[in-house]
Design a protein around this ligand. Structure first.
Ligand SMILES: [Cu+2]
Length: 234
């Protein structure tokens, strides 16, 4: 009896440990890793245009070759709709799509290896805006950038795709941006230069799940466990 109790308690302890690890991660919504963002705030990420950060901040400016620069994010939402846009610092009211919107399934690391710049903006201060539309509504992250002449930049190691990531350009996109063709291009990729499968391989369960809910569920289980532990003491 005692042995069995301690055994099941061990299992719950693991769940509690996982919950503790999962909660800060799943609360993160999504984090822009490449290029360097203006900053990340979990609480303010839903605030346009830059998730609570000053759009005019120029602490770390990334030179963005017209040929393309990588965008890497970590997403804790199982599926999302992405907008990749830029605005001139002198006109931050007007964002321009760099590529058509993207539909993405799967959790974790997501990398666009080469998003082209705007040639007519070379040398001007600009701001990249990455918008994720998922279960929590629209979320925003920005980066200070400057478009420069040149071919596509190399892809850093932290811009990569998780094994479950599936992405494609939104077939219902009606905006001005066109999907680049040929070369390394911009097509969502699994590894540098390899176009990602456009098949919809993700399960329905995956689409419906929201990790913060799982984290919450685990927390409730932990609280119940503590409560039962106290009652069991009587
Ligand atoms: Cu979220």
């Amino acid at each position: 009896m005692t042995r069995q109790n301690s055994h099941s308690l061990g299992g719950l302890k693991i769940i509690c440990l996982l919950a503790t690890i999962a909660i800060p991660l799943t609360n993160a919504h999504f984090v822009l890793q490449v290029p360097t963002s203006l900053g990340f705030s979990d609480i303010n990420e839903s605030q346009a245009p830059c998730g609570g950060f000053d759009i005019t901040s120029r602490n770390k400016v990334t030179d963005w070759p017209i040929g393309g620069y990588p965008i890497g994010v970590v997403s804790t939402h199982p599926n999302a709709h992405w907008k990749i846009r830029a605005a001139l610092l002198e006109n931050t009211e007007e964002f321009v799509d760099l590529i058509p919107n993207i539909l993405q399934d799967g959790l974790g690391n997501f990398c666009l290896t080469s998003v082209p710049g705007i040639a007519s903006w070379v040398g001007k201060d600009a701001v990249l805006q990455v918008v994720q539309k998922a279960v929590d509504g629209e979320l925003y992250q920005c980066a200070a950038i400057k478009f420069v002449e040149g071919a596509t930049a190399s892809v850093p190691g932290n811009c990569r795709n998780g094994s479950s990531i599936v992405a494609s350009f939104d077939p219902e996109y009606t905006g001005p941006a066109t999907a680049p063709t040929g070369g390394t291009g911009v097509a969502p990729t699994t590894t540098a230069g390899t176009p990602i499968s456009t098949s919809t391989g993700s399960s329905t369960a995956n689409r419906l799940a929201h990790p913060p809910m799982l984290g919450l569920l685990a927390t409730v289980i932990c609280l119940l466990d503590s409560l039962l532990g106290l009652l069991g003491g009587f």
